[in-house]
Design a protein around this ligand. Sequence first.
Ligand SMILES: Cc1ncc(C[n+]2csc(CCOP(=O)(O)OP(=O)(O)O)c2C)c(N)n1
Ligand SMILES: [Mg+2]
Length: 667
Amino acid sequence: MADQSLDQLCINTIRFLAIDTVQRAKSGHPGAPMGQADMAYTLWDRFLSHNPADPGWPNRDRFILSPGHASALLYTLLHLTGYDLPMEELKQFRQWDSKTPGHPEFGATPGVEATTGPLGQGFGNAVGMALTERWLASRFNQPKHEIIDHYTYAIVSDGDLQEGIASEAASMAGTMGLGKLIMLYDDNGISIEGGTDVTFGENVAKRFESYDWHVIGTIDGTDVESISSAITTAKAETGKPSIIICRTVIGHGSPNKAGKASAHGDPLGDDEISLTRENLNWEFGESFTVPKEAGDHLGLAAARGQAKQDEWHAAFAEYRKAFPDEAQQLDDSLSGKLPANWEDGLIGLFETADPIATRSASGVVMNAISKGLPAFIGGSADLAPSTRTALDERGQIGPGEFSGHNLHFGVREHAMGAVANGMALHGGAIPYTATFLVFSDYMRPSIRLGALMGQQVIYVFTHDSIGVGEDGPTHQPIEHLMSLRKIPGLVVSRPADATETVEAWRAAIARRDGPTVMAYTRQNLPILDRSELAPASGVLKGAYTLWESSNSPQVIIIATGSEVHIALESGKKLSEEGIATRVVSMPSCELFDEQTKEYRDQVLPPSIRARVSVEAGSTKGWERYVGLDGASVGMNSYGASAPAGILYEKFGITAEKVAAEARKLVT
Ligand SMILES: Cc1ncc(C[n+]2csc(CCOP(=O)(O)OP(=O)(O)O)c2C)c(N)n1
Ligand SMILES: [Mg+2]
């Protein structure tokens, strides 16, 4: 009995701290934390293996709060269990420079495992984390040495489950049998517009059963013992992911707002807080009160976590004795250190002169990288034969089988993006994804979050222009390159041939603190003859002078990817006509923008204003490099279904057109 009342005291401590946090900020979401407090407390108090003193400890359980609007709950838990998040930070909720932003942000707060807020993304991240745990476990664990062995827990909400991305990720997780993934569904029947019954009448239990999940509940989401035994049951099922359907009440305890949408996104207000205190027999009139017994009890997490971590370190020391090479490899993967020789396989590739599509060149490079970089893992959304992203000799990952390196995301681009973010966040993996560039739209929200979180995910996008040809405008990207370039923190790379592809990969792997988009052609491209052109290492600087007829050019042609060949042809034509021309290959605007002004001015001297860009995509944005006096050749309409060569002719992306634009600028 005594313990039960201590549980209640702790739960109400969490509940009221979250209420006060939102009230002080005069903005935020109290209702979800109030309803989720019981299940979050039970999970954190009785199950979650974590160390507040070392939030990055590799074998900790992961906890994702997918409805990020409930952030006040997470901050409260972090504060009370002893993370470096003082009460002062709760009082600075949502304020400038605080560690308590409106929605949880990875990197801003110790213990926040993922940036959440866009509903459904956290669900996908959790799947990626659980998958990575299984992958590392199956590669590194040895009999009697379960060195990687943790759970991934998530709270998910009505909104999360309504988002399609959750269905994609759930289907994948169920098929793969991610038995150590456990989700608690905050089934409160309320979202912003009111009762979910107006739009969400499905049977969630049956839905998840059909995904081959282990479904528990509906249980009373306010009953500690029910929640506790449900989590125990979930842990016992090792072959399937579990979802525990927890019936809760949004705004739990508030006499006038409980169960109503009005509890979702507004502070309760002082009067309602008083009524809630009365209603829940909360005897403390001061806001931000932590009763000593509750603080002491929740604070036990610190010693418990440290003991867990110490135990793990001791086990890892034993493992290291028995398996020194594996231990080193695991250490390197988890710490994000690239093996010393990872680039060895890149030497001497593509000495042949046969034309090759950059997608195919990329496939060769990826296989070379894979040999020296065991953390490299990924797959495509059912397009590996087209995107050339299979890692030969690296084995498959599939239902119940996690030791290979080739993932099969299925035709699920959006979940692919979120799962890959989760993999990168987990640590120990450098994930890549793949599909056609035009379908980057289907994963854009996750790409944006990958960039916001500064995660190293490499997005391979092939079929990168109207060069796709006969498949027609549905498959021909137009605005995609330019719109991806507008995502802050994302590097877009579009190499011109096989040799630039090698360097583009080198840059993407070296970029440990952010994602990279790789845009590759379907069609073959000649290999640029480096005996007469500048070396491909210029790619590492984003843009470089590939060729020029004179070192005081009258006109500069800037091109990316497949259009570099067109630029070279027109440059040579112009120089034969007596117009001194420079051709700049610019595979990555972002990497170029990071260079010194001196270098940038060397490649694009400010005094030379006759500039033409050529890229088979939207021209809007090229003004940045060609200036107001320049011209751009590209695509500002949809393409068409026809052979690629015909399309380039018909849409005027030709050496003649580029030369004509250049002539206009210099005469
Ligand atoms: C992708 C996305 N769309 C819309 C929103 C805005 N939004 C925030 S919470 C929410 C729904 C709230 O319902 P639920 O998930 O059940 O949370 P509860 O109200 O129960 O706390 C919406 C639409 C969002 N955060 N993400
Ligand atoms: Mg809800």
